[in-house]
Design a protein around this ligand. Structure first.
Ligand code: 26Y
Length: 801
């Protein structure tokens, strides 16, 4: 491709441009005439990386020379999303990069579109880990993220007439300019009598507007080195290769289950693999700084992101005792002073428990240690609570019965100094239900830290027009101090400001409409109300309740009712083995097919299922949301974080009193939030009396009509059986209480319709949502972890190299 005469370029842009040209030759080994768009993307990324390497190297030097106390975040998932634009924004180089691209006859947008996203997570838990890494760097906290470098991330979702289809996500196929392999930092892990080697791959995590760049260290599995192979005879050679293949499957693929535990040998192997490598790495760092192993807990705080890394309790004990010669009692006080645990779910099906047999096969020494921890724990309990064997049985690390199991959540609680939930209600329910017995034993161990999201990715990167308006109206501080958004409040009644606000929102909706057209072929009207539910598909999140509501709307419109135009947008992946979730997608797709071609619905109702929801797609969706659907059964969504992203970008929420919705409503004000549904307490009371959906349904003609229409095959080409499992479930056990909340949901949706008709009032409410959401910054969450749990202080990094 011939490059035109370079446009005028700012000095830093000029430097980027030169670096891009250099990398085309020295990294891609190409001339301009052979370069593909992807080559240019790689060159831009490498040029940006060259710049941030200074921060990265200086940060490592600073942390090493100052022997800083360090927080480590252990997580089986990091749902990072693309790096390029985020790094540009953190470095303040977005404009310069755009100019450099232009000088090469390219656009920054096409570069950004080339970047495959590292989808190394399922949903909320993995994305939270990514927001937290970025906030730790921005707050200049010494921190390391530890996880697994999955060769294949979360599956790609395609939507066909039969709903979801999965394919693999080969995100590394064309290389990854953002990582550096560190072969010198690799560790052996013994699993099932065989050794696997974990090799470190490091990715820099830049802080915003600071010189700090922390490290995310992901482990890739390798077979032990080829030296052994040489000594094998011909027969053993093939066996050795097989072992190599087996070992390397360890970091091959992310398990695509969200909140559904499946006791799988490979998953337990993945857990010990990354946990052991990470802990060995910490011992290596300790040693390199001449710190004795008995000071482990002074050097490191280890945060367990749910129970996936809970084996760390046993593994840290093993390393201290077996490898470093520490006695049991000292090892135990070091371990419990080091580790803390975050719980992300109350759902019983997400609680990990490993069969003893499997555990014994794979990790015999760690099991021995768990038995010893348990014996000592039960001994102290027997003294404190004499004559209460049932209490001891409930608290035990081992679940008794025909198939004895190790309860990983119990191991995590016993081995931690602090256990936290992720929103007020969730943390309270943890203490009252799941961990009630533990809360009796150690009342002070439990606390709450409400989740947050990073305003850099979810506002500055995702919504540049809004960021520009904010900079103009209240200054640029909001990006580091999100509370500053408060300054918007007086502007919520300023006609001139509201007009600009409207303009920003229209832009975002037009952008999303273009994406919808590209991804689904459907034309939507950007002036209609964008009603959005994007998240993993799960019955407790009740996408089927939203779908029923859409069918009701369709019926009302067909009956001639006048309702304001809406575009109802769904997105999210279903676990490949979760039949009911896949059926919900199939229903939405079937509805979309009928509704979107019905002339009577033209200009009134559109239904969209956006395929392959991801961080990248989220960045396009969140800024364009008018109505944020947060409709989980009360008491089931631990926190939610999409709710925060939408509200932050000016969406109004329709939601239940669940997870962080409660705190969002408290902050934005009940006038600016559409509340409906039973509370967790009310549902508990209903459950005690025996719940049945039928009485609710019988009094609700519209709901019945909607269910009958679905059952008649209207959305399934006449097939009356297709949705039977879904409808039968709703009408018999209705485990997620859809019928109990449906009527009130409709009432709230009607309020949404009337509020939407008053455009001025809607805009004002939208501004107030953004203005009052500053609390939900992950900077605030991380500050709380650092102060209350990790006791880690900021260490500013100065440019030194
Ligand atoms: C056991 C295994 C299959 C498993 C895998 C993934 C279990 C759970 C998960 C994921 C859980 C998860 O994403 N939980 C979500 O965490 C978010 C961050 O705290 C919360 O906002 C959200 O409510 C919660 O569902």
């Amino acid at each position: 491709m011939a490059s035109p005469t370079p446009a005028p370029c700012p000095p830093k842009g000029q430097a980027l441009l030169e670096a891009m040209r250099r990398h085309l030759f020295s990294s891609q080994a190409k001339s301009a005439s052979l370069a593909t768009i992807h080559d240019h993307y790689v060159c831009l990324s490498l040029a940006v990386r060259d710049i941030l390497l200074t921060s990265w190297v200086d940060t490592a030097d600073t942390y090493t020379s100052q022997h800083v106390r360090t927080a480590t975040y252990m997580s089986a998932e990091f749902l990072l999303g693309p790096h390029l634009e985020n790094n540009l924004v953190s470095l303040g180089l977005r404009e310069e990069a755009a100019a450099a691209c232009e000088a090469l006859g390219l656009t920054l947008e096409e570069m950004l579109a080339e970047e495959p996203e590292p989808g190394l997570g399922n949903g909320g838990l993995g994305r939270l880990a990514a927001c937290f890494q970025e906030s730790m760097a921005t707050l200049e906290l010494p921190a390391i993220g530890y996880g697994i470098r999955y060769e294949f991330g979360i599956f790609r979702q395609q939507i066909g007439p039969n709903g979801q289809m999965e394919s693999t996500d080969p995100w590394l196929a064309r290389g990854n300019p953002w990582e550096v392999i560190r072969p010198e930092w690799s560790y052996p892990v013994l699993i099932g009598g065989q050794t696997v080697i974990g090799v470190a791959y490091d990715t820099p995590i830049l802080g915003y507007g600071v010189h700090t760049a922390n490290t995310l260290r992901l482990w890739s599995a390798q077979a032990p080195d080829a030296f052994d192979f040489a000594s094998f005879n011909a027969g053993d050679y093939t066996r050795a290769v097989l072992h190599k293949v087996q070992s390397e499957t360890l970091s091959k693929v992310l398990y695509p289950n969200d909140e559904l535990e499946q006791g799988k040998r490979l998953r337990l192997s993945q857990q010990i693999f990354f946990v052991s490598c990470s802990l060995q790495d910490m011992f290596r760092i300790l040693g390199s700084q001449g710190i004795p192993v008995t000071e482990f807990h002074r050097k490191f705080a280890v945060q367990l992101n749910d129970t996936h890394p809970a084996i760390a309790v046993a593994e840290l004990m093993r390393l201290l005792i077996d490898v470093h010669g520490v006695d049991w009692d000292t090892a135990w006080s070091i371990t419990t002073a080091t580790i803390s645990y975050t719980n992300h779910t109350l759902l019983p099906e997400a609680l990990e428990a490993w069969g003893l047999e499997l555990f014994q096969q794979l990790l015999p020494r760690q099991l021995q240690i768990i038995f010893e921890i348990n014996a000592r724990f039960l001994r102290t309990l027997r003294i404190r609570f004499p004559g209460q064997p049932e209490l001891l049985e409930r608290l035990s690390l081992i679940e008794e019965g025909p198939h004895r199991k190790v309860r990983m959540a119990h191991l995590a609680v016993v081995g931690s100094h602090t256990v936290n939930g992720v929103a007020e209600l969730h943390s309270r329910l943890l203490k009252e239900n799941l961990f009630a017995d533990f809360a009796r034993v150690w009342p002070d161990r439990f606390t709450n830290i409400t989740n947050g999201v990073t305003p850099r990715r979810w506002l500055a990167v995702a919504n540049p027009p809004l960021a520009a308006l904010l900079n103009d109206a209240i200054g640029t501080d909001w990006c580091r101090h999100l509370d500053q958004l408060r300054k918007l409040e007086p502007l919520a009644t300023d006609a001139g400001f509201l007009e600009r606000w409207q303009g920003v929102r229209e832009q975002a909706k037009e952008r999303l409409a273009a994406t919808i057209r590209q991804d689904t072929g459907v034309l939507v009207d950007p002036s209609s109300l964008f009603d959005v539910q994007v998240k993993r598909i799960h019955e407790y999140k009740r996408q089927h309740m939203a779908a029923l509501q859409v069918v009701e709307r369709y019926l009302r419109l067909r009956a001639g009712e006048d309702l304001p135009p809406r575009t109802v947008i769904f997105g999210g992946k279903a676990a490949p083995g979760y039949a009911m979730a896949k059926l919900i997608i199939r229903l939405i797709v079937g509805m979309a097919e009928i509704i979107n071609i019905d002339p009577a619905m033209d200009g009134r109702l559109r239904v969209i299922f956006l395929p392959n929801f991801s961080v990248k797609l989220g960045q396009k969706i969140y800024p364009a949301v008018d109505l944020s659907e947060q409709i989980s059964t009360a008491g089931m969504e631990a926190s939610g974080t999409g709710n925060m992203k939408m509200s932050l970008n000016g969406a109004l929420t329709i939601g239940t009193l669940d997870g962080a919705n409660i705190e969002i409503r408290e902050r934005v004000g009940d006038d600016n939030f559409f509340l409906f549904g039973h509370t967790a307490e009310q549902l508990a009371a209903i459950n005690r009396n025996g719940y049945h959906p039928m009485p609710w349904l019988e009094n609700d003609a519209l709901a019945k009509e909607a269910i009958d229409l679905i059952g008649s095959g209207h959305f399934s080409e006449g097939d009356r059986d297709l949705f039977h499992p879904l409808l039968a479930n709703l009408c018999s056990s209705d485990p997620f209480r859809v019928m109990a909340d449906l009527g009130d949901y409709r009432r709230a949706q009607n309020e949404v319709d009337s509020a939407w008709c008053d455009a001025g009032r809607w805009s004002m409410m939208s501004v107030l949502n953004t203005a009052r959401c500053g609390f939900f910054s992950s900077d605030r969450s991380i500050q709380e972890y650092a102060d209350r749990i990790w006791k880690v202080a900021p260490v500013p990094v100065n440019a030194c190299s």
